[in-house]
Design a protein around this ligand. Structure first.
Ligand SMILES: *Cc1c(COP(=O)(O)O)cnc(C)c1O
Length: 522
């Protein structure tokens, strides 16, 4: 399979038993769209610039000698090309987006309106602080909310995603251990069900990662974890609620044991959505936790960005948190940027980013928080959990729900492939769901559940929307249980039918073959 061959071929869109393909390959007001590398030309551009005679004069030997060799389109074609491609996407503005672990909720438009105010959108990070007092106040107020909601001591606002926040927390733990002269503690314990970013972060920061098993009810095996504690353990990384959508009821016990053994507790707070306003991680003994503003506090993040992952810290880790901090001094907001500059940041490990973080995200998150208020945020968590339990109880008779016996779930419902017909897999259910109008749920994660299907409906879905989704998933699941062979080649109605995903991942064809390689790489 090659992604850069010209033209549509019938086998690309029509699955077995599907309606006859159209003669053009276009379907129902959707024009088949080729890749830009196939339809663009190096001679075409949507922009007219006069030939500049001074361009490159300051570049000396570095002036480009050959054309850049990228395909271009005239403006109308460029607009249509990308608009057509965008219609092949699914979006939260189109319907329920069940991806587990992602918190794909509705993003209120008010957030966008506030973030676009020129006083926030157009500030420059190097502006004198007395010209950006309003922006600093937004950071300061948001920081106050995050510290209050989590019951922690301080927050570093600059990390730019959840995974970046994990690194921030682990680096603070490392700095704290080094200051104690215990830099030799090299092991971070991570439960089996952890998000992949947890072990990746710990390994990236130079720690050895050791797995802690899960119990039959989907939670961390506390006894196994406590038994592994010792003088070589730097800390643990625990997600709460965890990636099975379950609350880690033993976290306080675990934290006490980790602290007694000289380690620190990192909590992956990506699922804060499920407990905001009801549980304060600080009360559970957490030392550091990132909050994915783009998940819990609602900003558009499908497609990979933007993100923001502030990290809240306990009193024990606050001195080691990164710079900068916004502080209020004599009625003015100031940026504490120098190490040792502030009494609270004596052991700061440095910086995570060049400047202060994602201003647009801060504005959106604070708008969301202020428009909900404290009581509204609590209701966010309650409704997210209610919706997930509605999905769980509606489908547990259809799909195997491995932890349903253990009581209610938190914000996401998990199912397995246990009762599908022989030869049918979670992937078949996911692909069938595309034909039924929905983006698939998260599949094959977490790894502790065989053929996992993880559904996070979020609190912004109505009962009608949930019923529509449940009906679609139920019908696909019934087909997979009955051994309906047509499901094996689904999706049939998507622009492309079932692809060989392994081949696509292992041997992606990413080079525009018409351009000489060296030229394309320039
Ligand atoms: C989303 C997520 C992360 C990573 O957050 P990013 O903002 O995507 O870097 C980490 N852990 C869990 C449990 C998550 O759901």
């Amino acid at each position: 399979m090659s992604i850069n061959q010209s033209g549509w071929r019938p086998e690309m869109t029509a699955g077995k038993g599907d309606a006859a393909p159209t003669s053009t390959g276009n379907r129902a007001l959707m024009l088949e769209e080729a890749l830009i590398f196939e339809i663009g030309s190096t001679e075409t551009t949507g922009v007219d610039f006069a030939d500049g005679d001074v361009a490159g004069s300051r570049l000396g030997d570095l002036t480009r000698k050959a054309p850049i060799g990228l395909p271009g389109l005239a403006e109308p074609e460029a607009v249509r090309h990308y608009t057509r491609l965008s219609r092949q996407n699914y979006a939260i503005d189109l319907g329920l987006f069940p991806l587990g672990s992602c918190t794909m909720k509705h993003n209120p438009r008010l957030n966008e309106k506030m973030a676009r105010l020129p006083g926030f959108a157009d500030v420059h990070p190097l502006q004198p602080v007395d010209t950006v007092q309003g922006a600093l106040e937004v950071i300061h107020q948001l920081a106050h909310w995050l510290v209050t909601l989590t019951g922690m001591t301080s927050v570093a606002m600059s990390p730019k995603a959840g995974a970046h926040g994990e690194l921030c927390g682990i680096l603070a733990i490392k700095a704290a251990l080094e200051q104690r002269g215990e830099g030799g503690r090299k092991v971070i314990l991570v439960p089996e069900s952890a998000h992949g970013t947890n072990p990746a972060t710990a390994a990236f920061a130079g720690f050895q990662v050791e797995d802690i098993p899960a119990t039959a009810d989907g939670r961390v095996d506390t006894a196994a974890l406590v038994a592994r504690l010792g003088p070589d353990v730097a800390g643990v990384m625990i997600t709460n609620p965890n990636t099975c959508g379950l609350f880690e009821r033993d976290l306080r016990t675990i934290s006490d044991a980790v602290h007694a053994a000289g380690g620190y507790v990192y909590c992956d707070g990506a699922n804060f959505n499920a407990i905001v306003g009801r549980v304060r991680p600080g009360d559970l003994g957490v030392d550091a936790m990132h909050i994915n503003l783009h998940k819990t506090f609602s900003t558009p993040h499908g497609g990979g960005g933007p993100g923001s992952g502030p990290v809240v810290f306990s009193a024990a880790l606050t001195p080691f948190a990164p710079l900068p901090f916004v502080e209020r001094q004599d009625g003015q907001f100031v940026l504490v940027e120098e190490e040792n500059a502030g009494e609270h940041h004596a052991g700061s490990f440095g910086r995570m980013v060049a400047f202060h973080g994602q201003m647009g995200m801060f504005t959106r998150a604070l708008t969301y928080i202020l428009s909900h208020g404290a009581d509204g945020l609590r209701q966010v968590a309650e409704d997210a959990v209610l919706n997930a339990n509605y999905v769980l109880r509606s489908l547990e008779g259809t799909l195997d729900a491995p932890f349903a016996h253990a009581g209610p779930c938190m914000h996401e419902a998990i199912f397995s492939d246990a009762n599908l017909a022989e030869g049918f897999s979670t992937l078949d259910v996911a692909k069938g769901l595309i034909d039924e109008g929905f983006h698939p749920m998260t599949v094959y994660f977490p790894l502790v559940v065989h053929g996992a299907m993880l559904v996070e409906p979020t609190e912004t879905e109505s009962k009608a929307a949930l019923d529509q989704f449940i009906g679609a998933l139920r019908s696909v699941a019934e087909r997979a249980k009955a051994g309906d062979a047509s499901l094996k080649s689904a999706p049939h109605f998507a622009p492309r039918s079932r692809l060989d995903e392994t081949l696509a991942a292992r041997k992606p064809v990413l080079v525009w073959k018409d351009a000489p390689l060296a030229q394309a790489a320039e």
